[in-house]
Ligand binder design. Structure first.
Ligand code: FES
Length: 69
């Protein structure tokens, strides 16, 4: 399903980016260019990040903590 219509980015692409280490809107914007035009997709992107964090494996949490260091 398309999340960012302006850039043609799907929820699968966003989940793949989060799996690959993107853990903030800044990360997603740098990787996929989401929320860079109208911004309407921003909240949906944040929801996907938060859902992923809640269901994440310990490895994801460690990667997120590592990226904050
Ligand atoms: S829908 Fe993502 S920037 Fe417009």
């Amino acid at each position: 399903m398309y999340i960012c219509l302006c850039k043609g980015v799907t929820d699968t692409q966003i989940r793949d980016a989060v799996t690959d280490g993107a853990c903030s809107m800044r990360d997603l914007r740098e990787r996929l260019d989401v929320a860079s035009q109208c911004g309407k997709c921003g909240q949906d992107c944040k929801t996907i990040i938060n859902e992923y964090r809640q269901s994440a494996s310990p490895g994801f949490i460690n990667a997120a903590q590592f990226s904050l260091a």
